[in-house]
Design a protein. Sequence first.
Length: 199
Amino acid sequence: MGGASIKTGRGKESFSIGRTTLIAAVAASIWAVSVPTLGLASHRPGDSPRIFGVGTGRNEFIPPLIGEVRLSVAAHRDQQGRPTGHVEAHGDPDGLGPIEPFSVEGPVTCIEVRHNRAAIKYRFKHAEGSAEPFLGGGNQFFLEDNGEPRNGVAVDRTAFDAPQIAAQFELANPEACDDPNSRLLFYDLEQSGNFVVDG
């Protein structure tokens, strides 16, 4: 597969990298990422007739030291069972390293809630930078709402599957989320912020 010229946008020199190598690097990194949310209320089961997982936040791309990522998510499922909402993620996978920053955003395609945990899928309607090869694909991620931060310290956790190109995302059924309890070994404690999950 042909190479692509990459510029980081930070005054770094351009270089050539194979598209397959780039995809593998970004996919492996996103699988490990965890993103907190900021300034939201704690989980209170039964407060809303709808199922939802919402929040915005910032964290290292690969905790605890590498890169940076910002996430904004508003995922809901109404009383008719229809998923609605939108997710945006922006970041730099490796900080001062050679991988170009990325930006993805798109509609929620499913949400599944089990008590204080939510699984959410969204499609990459827009994908730029190092995430461009995933345009039309998507990602599934998981939120665990453990209440408000305590003395400024986050108590929520997240887990992320690897991003998928369009064909993979369709094959995995965008409208069917996994049980959020199926990733318990991969949930990672956030450094700051707060998620809200209800259902």
